[in-house]
Design a protein. Structure first.
Lengths: 327, 387, 316
C-alpha cells in the first residue's frame, strides 16, 4: 500500500435506523454508526445475526423495507449527503456508484429472464448511450472476468450452478464500474471451494479496478484474509472499529475478544472454542447501559447504567467500552 | 480437474466424452478408468416436450374418464330413460318397447360385470360390440350424440348452435373481466396495505359473495326499468334492414349479461392478481432490480408482471370450470340461447340426450382449455422449456 | 433475506386476542351468528307460518312492503319476510351438512395422501386432479336431475363435489408437518402411525382446516341457492334460491315487485359474505402475511434533515 492515504469515498456519521413494527414498540436496529471508507480498501462488517449489519448495508443505498426509517446521521459520498437526495436522484446513484451483492444471491436473479439480459439492463439504465453491440461486448467481458463462459449469457439462471449464479451477480454488480461494492455474506451457503474462488475473485477485482469493498460477514476467517479495516457491531451499535491488525491482535472490546476466542484457530487446534453465553439482546426497547452487559465477562455495575461512548484506543482504533477509558 | 478415465466413453484428454454419462451404482463411486462406469446417454425428450406429452396424456385420460362417467351416470341412476323420454303415461307397453329398441336401450349396457347384474347391466354371452356402451362410444367418435327427446333434432347440431352463442357471451365477458381485473389487481398490489387496497379488497369480497344469478336478476330488473331488453339474444320476430341494425340489436341484448359476467369475474381476477403480484414483489430479485436503480414502473413492467402472469394464466384456465357455472346461471336468467341455457332447459324437460351431450361438451371444453393453458405455460416459463 | 426477516415479525398474542383485533373475522362472525340465530328461532321471529295452508285472494299477490308485510308479499300472496326467515334454515342446513361431507372427504384424502405418500398419494392426487377439472355445477345439475329432488340429495351432491380445496390444503399442511423433526423422533421411538397422525399432525392441520371449512360452507350455500334457483331443490321446502326462482318465473319483474327479488338474494349474500369475511379473517390470523413488498412507498424512509441533525450534538 502506498504511503499517501487513498481518497475517502464514503463517510458515514451517526447513522441511526429505526423499524416500526405493528403493535410492537419501535426498534432501533442501528444506532450512531460512524466509519470511513477509502478507495481500494476493504471494510469488514462483522457481528452475529441480527446485530444490524445487513440493515446498515441496506440503508447506505436506502433500500430498507417499508417499516424502516433512517432517523439520524449522514452518508457522505462525493461530498454530498446521500440522505438528502430525492428518491429519483438516488436511483441514479444506485448501482452506478454504489452496487450491492445481496445475501442469498441465488435468488437475486429473475428466473424468467436471461442472465445476459439482466446484466445488460443495468448497463442500459445507467449508460444509455452504449450501443447494443458494445453492450453485448461488455456483458461478455463481465462474465469472462468472473470466470463464466461468455457464451452462456443467454442462459437462464436455473441453468447455472449456485456458485455460477453468485459470480454472475457479482458480474452484474460491476456492470457500471461502481466505486463501492457492498457484499452481504457473499459466501454463505456456498461450499468451501467456491467460497475460496469468490473471495479470490473479489480481491482480484479490488486490485484491478480500485474498488472499495464493504464485506458484511460473520466469518472472521474471511475478515482476516481480505479486510483492511474491521467494524464489529453488536446489538446495533459499533462495538469496536480499527484496522485488521488492531482488531485481531489487540482487541479491546470484550465482545471482539469473545468473538475471536469463539473462532477456531487452525494454528492452535488443541485450544478449546468458547461460545459466548447468552442470546442477542432484544432491542425493543434496548437494555439500559451497554448492550453487551448481560453477556460480558468483564461487566461492571456502571455498564448497566449508561451506555459507554466510543473511546479512542489509538488513531483509527475505537472501542465502545468503559475498560478502554483512560487508555 | 481430475482425469476421469480412459477408453470407451472418454476423449483423448481423459474427460467424459459428449454423449456419454456416468452410471453410478449404489455404494460405489465412479472411478477413473473403470470401463463399466459409462454408458451412452439415453435419448430423452427435451424438458418442454416431455412436459407437454405428459399433460396431453393426462388430458386424454381425463376425457376418457368423463366419457365413461357420463355414460354410466345416465344408466345407473334411477329412472327409466325410455319412459322418461316419453311423457305420455298412456303409452302401451309395446310402444314403450318400440321406443327402447329405437334408442338402442334394449341392448345390454356393457359386457360381463355379472356382479352388477342386480341392475341388469350385462351378460358375458353378448357380443361386446352390441352393448350400449360400445355403441355409445362408437357414436361419440363419429360425433353423433343422439337425438333430443324434446325436439328430435340431433343433439350435436343443437349444441353446436348453443356453443357459438355461449362463446360470444363468455368471450367478451372474460376479456373485459381479465383486462379490468388484472389492471385493478396490479394497482391494488402496488398500493398494498393502503386504503385504496383495502377498499378494493372489500369490493372484491362482496362481489364474490353475490350469487351470480342474483346479480343477473338485479341488473335485469334495473335494465327493464331503463328500456333494455329482458332476455334472449335477438328481439323476437324482428326483421332488420341492415346488418348494422342487427348488430345493434344483438349488442343491446348482450349488454346486461356481459355486464353481469364481467362483474362476477372482475372481483375474482383482481384478488388473484393482487395476491400473486404481492408474492412476486417480495422476491429477492425485485430488491435487486430496485438496487440497480430501476424505477418502480420499470420494475413492474420488466420484472414483476412477467413473473406474475405465469401463475395467473394457469389459474385463469382452471377458472374456466367456474366460467361455465357462471354461464349457466346467466343464460338462465337472461334466457340466452347458449350451452348453459341448453342444460337448464334439458333439465326442465328431462331431455336426457341433450343433458348428457351438453355435460360432455362442457367437460371436454374445460379439459381442453386446461391443456391449452399448459401449452401456453410451457411456452412462457423458461424453466419448463427445452435446454 | 426475506422482507419479513428484516422488517420484523408480525404482532404476537393469543389466538382469541388476535381474533378480537381482526375486524374482518369479527364482522363475519357476527353476520354468520345472526343468520344462525334467525334460522334457529324462525318460528318465533316469523310473523306468519309459510307452511300453514292459507287461502289467498288475487289482491294479495305482490303487495309492496307494508306494516303487515314488512317485506311485501310474493306471487302466492305469502309474506316474504316469513319466507325469508324460514328460508335461512334450508340454506344453513344444507350449507353446514354438505360442507361436513366435503371436509370429511377432503380431510381424509388430504391426510392419507400427505402422510402415506408413494402410490397412495399418486392415485389420490390424480383423482383430485380429475375432480378439479370436471366442472362442478353441470355435474351437480346432472346428478340432481337424475335423482329425485330432495334436500338429502342436494346435501349429498354438493358435499361430494366440494372437497378438492380441502384435500389440497390438508395434504400440503400434512406434508410440511411430516417433515418436521418431532415427527421423525416420534417414529424413532416407535410411535404408531395412528398416534402420530392424531396427536401431532391433526393438531397442526386443524386450525387451517377450520378456516377452510368456513370458506367451504360459503361455497356450499352458494351452490345450494343456485341449485334451488334452477328448480332442482325440494319444492315443498322454502329456500332463498327457490323464492327467487318463483319470483323470476312468475312475473315479479314485470310487476315491479322488487321486494320479492331483493330480499332472498340479500339473505344469501348475508350468509355467504359472513362466511367469507370470517374465513379470510381466520386465514389471516393463522397465516399472518405481511403483504409488504419491495416496491412499497419510499416516502418515509429517510427522516428530514432537521430530524437527522438535531442542533445539539454531544461532543465526543
Amino acid at each position: 500500500m502506498s504511503d499517501a492515504p487513498h481518497p475517502v469515498v464514503l463517510e458515514v456519521e451517526g447513522l441511526t435506523v429505526e423499524f416500526q413494527q405493528t403493535d410492537l414498540p419501535m426498534v432501533r436496529a442501528v444506532v450512531d454508526v460512524d466509519f470511513t471508507l477509502r478507495e481500494g480498501q476493504v471494510l469488514g462488517l462483522v457481528g452475529e445475526s441480527g446485530c444490524g449489519k445487513t440493515t446498515l448495508a441496506l440503508s447506505l443505498l436506502r433500500l430498507l423495507p417499508g417499516n424502516g426509517r433512517i432517523v439520524g446521521g449522514r452518508v457522505g459520498y462525493l461530498g454530498r449527503d446521500l440522505l438528502d437526495l430525492s428518491e429519483n436522484e438516488m436511483t441514479a446513484i444506485r448501482w452506478r456508484h454504489i452496487a450491492m451483492v445481496f445475501q442469498g444471491a441465488m435468488n437475486a436473479l429473475n428466473p424468467v429472464r436471461t442472465v445476459g439480459d439482466q446484466i445488460a439492463e443495468a448497463i442500459r439504465r445507467h449508460l444509455p448511450r452504449v450501443s447494443s453491440q458494445e453492450m453485448d461486448g461488455m456483458v461478455r467481458r463481465l462474465l469472462d472476468t468472473v470466470g463464466i463462459n461468455p457464451a452462456r449469457r443467454n442462459n437462464y439462471p436455473h441453468q447455472y450452478s449456485g456458485g455460477m449464479r453468485q459470480r454472475a451477480v457479482i458480474a452484474m454488480a460491476l456492470a457500471c464500474t461502481p466505486t463501492i461494492l457492498i457484499a452481504d455474506e457473499p459466501t454463505t451457503a456456498l461450499d468451501v471451494m467456491i467460497q475460496a474462488q469468490i473471495l479470490r475473485l473479489l480481491m482480484e477485482l479490488k486490485a484491478k479496478l480500485g474498488l472499495a469493498l464493504i464485506l458484511v460477514t460473520h466469518d472472521l476467517g474471511v475478515v482476516a484474509e481480505m479486510c483492511d479495516h474491521v467494524l464489529v457491531m453488536y446489538g446495533g451499535v459499533v462495538a469496536e472499529v480499527g484496522t485488521v491488525e488492531d482488531i485481531f491482535n489487540q482487541p479491546r472490546h470484550p465482545y471482539t475478544q469473545a468473538l475471536l476466542k469463539a473462532f477456531p484457530d487452525i494454528s492452535r487446534p488443541a485450544e478449546r472454542m468458547e461460545a459466548i453465553p447468552g442470546t442477542p439482546p432484544r432491542l425493543d426497547p434496548p437494555p439500559p447501559g451497554c448492550r453487551f452487559a448481560d453477556r460480558c465477562s468483564a461487566v461492571m455495575p456502571r455498564c448497566r447504567v449508561d451506555e459507554p461512548p466510543e473511546y479512542i484506543v489509538r488513531p483509527g482504533h475505537r472501542a465502545r467500552c468503559y475498560l478502554v477509558e483512560g487508555g | 480437474m481430475l482425469r476421469e478415465g480412459q477408453g470407451r466413453g472418454f476423449d483423448g484428454r481423459g474427460y467424459l466424452a459428449p454423449g456419454y454419462e456416468f452410471v453410478s451404482r449404489p455404494g460405489t463411486l465412479p472411478m477413473a478408468g473403470a470401463k463399466d462406469r459409462v454408458r451412452r446417454t439415453r435419448p430423452q425428450l427435451s424438458g418442454r416436450a416431455s412436459f407437454l406429452v405428459r399433460r396431453l396424456a393426462w388430458a386424454v385420460f381425463t376425457v376418457a374418464f368423463v366419457i365413461v362417467l357420463n355414460f354410466f351416470l345416465f344408466r345407473v341412476l334411477p329412472g327409466d330413460p325410455a319412459r322418461a323420454g316419453v311423457r305420455d303415461p298412456r303409452l302401451t307397453a309395446e310402444a314403450v318397447e318400440a321406443i327402447r329398441v329405437r334408442f338402442g336401450l334394449d341392448k345390454p349396457v356393457i359386457n360381463c360385470f355379472e356382479s352388477l347384474n342386480p341392475l341388469r347391466l350385462g351378460s358375458c354371452l353378448v357380443n361386446p360390440m352390441e352393448t350400449q356402451f360400445f355403441r355409445y362410444v362408437a357414436n361419440l367418435l363419429r360425433g353423433d350424440l343422439g337425438l333430443s327427446y324434446h325436439t328430435n333434432r340431433p343433439v350435436n347440431v343443437m349444441l353446436g348452435e348453443a356453443l357459438g352463442n355461449t362463446l360470444l357471451l363468455i368471450g367478451l365477458g372474460q376479456i373485459l373481466a381479465i383486462v379490468f381485473g388484472v389492471g385493478l389487481g396490479v394497482i391494488a398490489a402496488w398500493k398494498a396495505r393502503t386504503r385504496m387496497d383495502y377498499s378494493a379488497l372489500l369490493f372484491s369480497l362482496v362481489v364474490w359473495s353475490l350469487p351470480t344469478f342474483w346479480l343477473g336478476i338485479l341488473l335485469l330488473f334495473w335494465g327493464s326499468r331503463v328500456g333494455l331488453p329482458i332476455g334472449g339474444m335477438y328481439t323476437y320476430g324482428a326483421t332488420f334492414d341492415s346488418p348494422l341494425e342487427a348488430l345493434a340489436d344483438l349488442l343491446r341484448h348482450l349488454f346486461l349479461p356481459t355486464l353481469t359476467f364481467t362483474l362476477v369475474f372482475l372481483g375474482e381476477y383482481m384478488l388473484l392478481m393482487r395476491s400473486t403480484l404481492v408474492e412476486v414483489l417480495s422476491e429477492d430479485f425485485i430488491l435487486t432490480a430496485k438496487a440497480k436503480g430501476l424505477s418502480t414502473f420499470q420494475i413492474l413492467k420488466d420484472h414483476a408482471l412477467r413473473n406474475a402472469m405465469l401463475p395467473m394464466i394457469t389459474i385463469i384456465a382452471i377458472n374456466l370450470g367456474f366460467t361455465v357455472a357462471g354461464a349457466i346461471q346467466i343464460e338462465t336468467v337472461f334466457s340466452w340461447p347458449g350451452l348453459g341455457g341448453a342444460i337448464y332447459r334439458a333439465v326442465e324437460r328431462r331431455d336426457y340426450p341433450m343433458l348428457q351431450g351438453a355435460f360432455l361438451l362442457i367437460a371436454v371444453t374445460v379439459i381442453l382449455a386446461n391443456f391449452l393453458a399448459d401449452v401456453l405455460y410451457a411456452q412462457l416459463d423458461p424453466r419448463v422449456r427445452a435446454e | 433475506m426475506t422482507v419479513d426477516a428484516v422488517a420484523g415479525r408480525p404482532a404476537r398474542g393469543g389466538f382469541v386476542r388476535r381474533l378480537g383485533r381482526n375486524r374482518t373475522a369479527l364482522i363475519g362472525l357476527i353476520m354468520l351468528s345472526g343468520a344462525i340465530i334467525m334460522a334457529v328461532f324462525a318460528a318465533w321471529l316469523a310473523p306468519y307460518d309459510p307452511y300453514a295452508s292459507q287461502t289467498v285472494s288475487i289482491g294479495q299477490i305482490y303487495q309492496p312492503p307494508s306494516p303487515q308485510h314488512p317485506f311485501g308479499t310474493d306471487d302466492a300472496g305469502e309474506d316474504v319476510l316469513s319466507n325469508f326467515i324460514y328460508g335461512s334454515r334450508v340454506s344453513l342446513t344444507v350449507g353446514f351438512f354438505a360442507s361436513f361431507i366435503s371436509i370429511a372427504i377432503g380431510g381424509v384424502i388430504g391426510i392419507s395422501s400427505g402422510y402415506l405418500g408413494g402410490r397412495t398419494e399418486n392415485v389420490l392426487m390424480r383423482f383430485t386432479d380429475i375432480m378439479l377439472v370436471i366442472p362442478e355445477l353441470p355435474l351437480a345439475i346432472v346428478l340432481v336431475a337424475l335423482t329425485k329432488p330432495s334436500l338429502l340429495n342436494i346435501i349429498f351432491v354438493i358435499g361430494v363435489l366440494g372437497w378438492t380445496s380441502t384435500a389440497r390444503l390438508v395434504r400440503a399442511q400434512t406434508l410440511s408437518v411430516k417433515e418436521r423433526k418431532f415427527v421423525t423422533r416420534a417414529r424413532a421411538i416407535g410411535a404408531s402411525d395412528r398416534y402420530i397422525v392424531s396427536r401431532h399432525i391433526l393438531v397442526l392441520v386443524l386450525p387451517l382446516l377450520v378456516a377452510n371449512t368456513v370458506l367451504v360452507i360459503s361455497l356450499a350455500v352458494l351452490n345450494e341457492s343456485t341449485l334451488s334457483f334452477l328448480g332442482l331443490s325440494d319444492p315443498t321446502v322454502v329456500s332463498w334460491g327457490q323464492m327467487l326462482n318463483y319470483a323470476l318465473s312468475r312475473g315479479a319483474m314485470s310487476t315491479g315487485a322488487w321486494w320479492a327479488l331483493v330480499a332472498p338474494g340479500l339473505g344469501i349474500v348475508w350468509v355467504v359474505l359472513g362466511c367469507t369475511l370470517l374465513g379470510h379473517g381466520l386465514e389471516r390470523i393463522l397465516n399472518p402475511r405481511l403483504d409488504s413488498h419491495h416496491l412499497g412507498s419510499t416516502a418515509g424512509m429517510v427522516a428530514p434533515a432537521a430530524e437527522r441533525h438535531p442542533p445539539a450534538q454531544p461532543v465526543r
